[in-house]
Design a binder for this molecule. Structure first.
Ligand SMILES: C[S@@+](CC[C@H](N)C(=O)[O-])C[C@H]1O[C@@H](n2cnc3c(N)ncnc32)[C@H](O)[C@@H]1O
Length: 223
């Protein structure tokens, strides 16, 4: 096989080429991906076609959330699935005092996986087996450690995402959302119901992907 016909390497180096990691954080991320491969056989946690590129498609892409708001320590991740981006954020923050990431996911087998990863890697992550609608208000009411950032990837169009995240964002959290090629249309639809400030960052792994930072959310008056 000619040299350049080899498939690109998919391991922790995909991340370390872009993101400086301590050896302990690199080891935790590797443990996470190893567990994902083990669980995937029985539990089908991510799209099967994406497992060969989990570092590039999922882990590297997820690192963009913390990069978009590096000062945030207290995160809530909505519709976490197998933990993207929320578990990656938690592991990246695992050496940071005061870090806490709440992962909200309604699928029980995904939550069992997230709890196993949090326990095994000692990441500052708490997985909630719940519907987002049932827990965001309670998370927003935690005044001892106010939520600074709410993330979501592949969960819903922006208008719906803002409605789901509103209790947290109206209490001061920034929205950090992975978005794809429909971003312009989603922003236009969302502006029919919400006023907000939005800054776009390129995805680290998907040429069409964007990470948007949404602040100063306010519902538009109906009338
Ligand atoms: C397409 S997956 C994306 C998972 C992950 N964020 C990612 O990017 O790989 C959407 C996830 O959101 C969860 N979900 C959808 N609606 C939800 C809700 N109302 N409350 C809690 N979880 C929800 C689903 O169970 C699913 O795991």
């Amino acid at each position: 096989m000619p040299r350049d016909a080899r498939p690109p390497l998919d391991d922790v180096s995909v991340v370390t080429e872009t993101v400086p990691l301590t050896p302990a954080i690199a080891a935790r991320l590797t443990t996470y991906v190893d567990l994902l491969h083990q669980w995937q056989r029985a539990k089908n946690l991510v799209g099967p076609g994406t497992l060969d590129e989990v570092w590039r498609r999922h882990v590297l892409d997820s690192t963009g959330a913390l990069a978009a708001l590096p000062t945030a320590r207290r995160w809530v991740d909505l519709g976490s699935g197998a933990g993207f981006p929320g578990m990656v954020t938690a592991i990246l923050l695992s050496e940071t005092a005061g870090a806490q990431v709440d992962l909200v996911e309604s699928n029980a087998r995904k939550v069992a996986f997230l709890k196993t990863v949090a326990r095994t890697t000692a990441a500052p992550a708490r997985a909630h087996a719940a519907r987002i609608e049932d827990v965001v208000a309670g998370l927003a009411a935690d005044r001892t450690a106010p939520v600074e950032a709410v993330s979501a990837r592949a969960l819903a169009p922006l208008d719906r995402l803002l409605a789901l995240a509103a209790p947290l964002m109206l209490a001061g959290a920034a929205g950090i959302f992975h978005k794809g090629r429909d971003l312009a249309r989603e922003v236009e639809e969302a502006r029919a119901h919400w006023r907000f400030d939005l800054v776009e960052h390129p995805s680290r792994s998907d040429p069409e992907g964007r990470i948007v930072v949404v602040r100063d959310l306010a519902p538009l008056e109906r009338g």
